[in-house]
Ligand binder design. Sequence first.
Ligand SMILES: NC(=O)c1ccc[n+]([C@@H]2O[C@H](COP(=O)([O-])OP(=O)(O)OC[C@H]3O[C@@H](n4cnc5c(N)ncnc54)[C@H](OP(=O)(O)O)[C@@H]3O)[C@@H](O)[C@H]2O)c1
Length: 389
Amino acid sequence: MSTDSFNNDSEFLLFTGCTGLLGRYLLKDLLQFEIPLAVLVRPTRRQSAADRVESMISTWEQQLDQPLSRPHVIEGDLSGKSLGLSTADEAWVKTHCSSVLHNAASLSFVSGPRDAEPWKTNLTGTENLLNVCRETGIKHFHHVSTAYVCGARQGTIYEQELDEGQTLCNDYEWSKLEAEKLIRSAEFLETKTVFRPSIIVGDSENGFTTTFHGFYAALQLAYVVAKGLKELPGDHEDLQFRVTLDGTEDKNLVPVDWVSSFISYAVSQPQLHNQTYHLTPQNPVTTQTIMNVLTAVNETGDFTQLVGSETRVENPNEFERMFYENMQVYNSYWKNDPHFDTSNTREAAPHLPCPSMDEDRMMMLAKAAVDMEFRWRDLPVRAEASITG
Ligand SMILES: NC(=O)c1ccc[n+]([C@@H]2O[C@H](COP(=O)([O-])OP(=O)(O)OC[C@H]3O[C@@H](n4cnc5c(N)ncnc54)[C@H](OP(=O)(O)O)[C@@H]3O)[C@@H](O)[C@H]2O)c1
């Protein structure tokens, strides 16, 4: 791949959110394309920013059986003024960085005041990053938004649309909408490129994932429920598990490796900048397919029943109560998705079609998550290994 927009030492891409699910794929792809990279990472209680990055790249090297180069690591937190950068780091950014790929976000769906998540990272954090760009002369901004800035709109959603007066379904969507508006209004930027993925799931080839939101939350709950049902003593023929969907609702699931391939490609091609891209599938998955997968993986065929989207579960049994209580945070997504038009995406990269999300692939993704026991941890770096023995 050509990396036309990255020619010399003063053209680093400042990249946020490399430790997340999409971020780790972007990190691998951007490193493989030899794009000069600086990553903004916050430390954890156990690991420095540099150790976190090292740990993740070592894991990739083992999986790929191939060495990767290392990015320049900058310790910082989006929610801090000036991202909490040291004076030296800010000077480094000013000398070396010409563009940003802003992928970091809080995926908290809980409502909160503006100084709490998801607002703190998604809106204030974006504002802080824009301020750093203004101060350091960065003029090219690539932003990972979400297809769900469309909120509760139905019908066809076009890539050029943003604020159509829609109702937002939760604070996450609202904070992402406000962040996108903020970027679009930043007049000092020369290009603003926006990527809007729909629901991201694991790797289309092997099902690998490191986070377990959305589809995986339903899968994990169904897994727990199925285990409980199977362990019930005696005959339980009357027992049912009612699902308040009719099976025809569409859900837009996209594999993380494809989302990353598209973004890395578009970032490396200047002629594709300054555009908005819906990163959504050609064919959505129906809730019937999702149910088939959940039922097959958990072997709960005899119990589950689609009872229609307008139905309320009366007198829920203990399994239904547990499931619906824990799925509450996703209530706004328990419905049909709109249709996302993808004209810009298809035209920009006809050689990168989204892998089809059929029942076989969904089964593979679900089995991979169950095999991982809904957990993931990178290889420890040497320093941490010696602490933990
Ligand atoms: N997952 C989806 O289904 C989906 C769908 C559409 C759009 N998106 C968008 O895609 C992007 C990546 O999502 P993801 O699923 O990869 O999320 P993720 O796995 O939760 O990763 C989030 C990343 O953001 C970083 N981050 C969060 N708050 C930060 C802060 N205050 N300062 C610095 N870094 C911070 C996290 O760092 P730590 O490791 O330190 O926490 C992590 O690297 C986000 O912009 C999200 O809105 C996601």
